[in-house]
Design a protein around this ligand. Sequence first.
Ligand code: GLN
Length: 302
Amino acid sequence: MPSLRQVVRGTHGILEGFQIPDSRLEAEVMVMNTMRMPRQDLFANQETEVSPQQEQELAEIIERRRKREPLAYILGYKEFYGITLLVNSNVLIPRPETESMVEHALFMALMGMETAELVIADVGTGTGAIAINLAIHLPAAQIYAMDLTDEVLDVASYNVRAHNVADRIMLLKGDLLEPLPQPVDLIVANLPYVPSQRIPTLQPEIQWEPRQALDGGEEGLDQIRRLLEQAAGSPLEDGDGGRLPGRLKDIGIILLELDPEQVPAVKEMADRLFPGAETSVEPDISQRDRIFVINRGQMLSP
Ligand code: GLN
């Protein structure tokens, strides 16, 4: 029987042959998973033998990865902001860029915490990644997490219960802010923002993810525009719609994830829909503009 050392090296070689990015790291994660071993044991037990059954299990993982299925879907989980989340192909895999959304939301919320128990809406919650981390770090907050389908909400619901925050996160099904029963202090949203025609040019792994979570229409801004209109309670184009009840309190804040080149267009929408509000942009871990902030009031501002 081969040793762990040999199996890791062999797996690395195979993945490299398939031109999988980060192949060494992925090989280690695959072997850890098959052996049900934490990372440190992998290095401490290099001479441990790998059974034929374990080799078979690993071969199945490698075969799926060869077809460029994302590793997170194969393993069924993904780490995000220090917690482990269940994922499947009904939900977008949480990205490191989105961790800066959590960080910034926490920063703003903690600054204003003494004034109120915050009511927060996470729109397009997917796995629940953002909502769950906010619930963990803001024990007084009440959080609504929304998405469109039962399949997605099933994943969020599992994660919410796994992290013991079911008492403070209410899952709601519906179109963006529509299911909200009350106006909120803070809206966080990682909506689909990739322009439709760009999707086929992105890496093969992305093609396995739900199009509904990525495709933001021609400019990538269809859902962001609708969200801002719903939050403001008024349409961008005057005429038909007229005013509706807004879903963001007069002192509220909105945080949106987007691509850097979308900043000017979103700033223009925000200035029209929320006159007088302050807008700013926060970077992601790669120092690219990623989080657009609309701050309507002083309550949460630093
Ligand atoms: N940053 C993501 C990607 O490029 C986009 C996610 C989204 O549309 N919300 O895969």
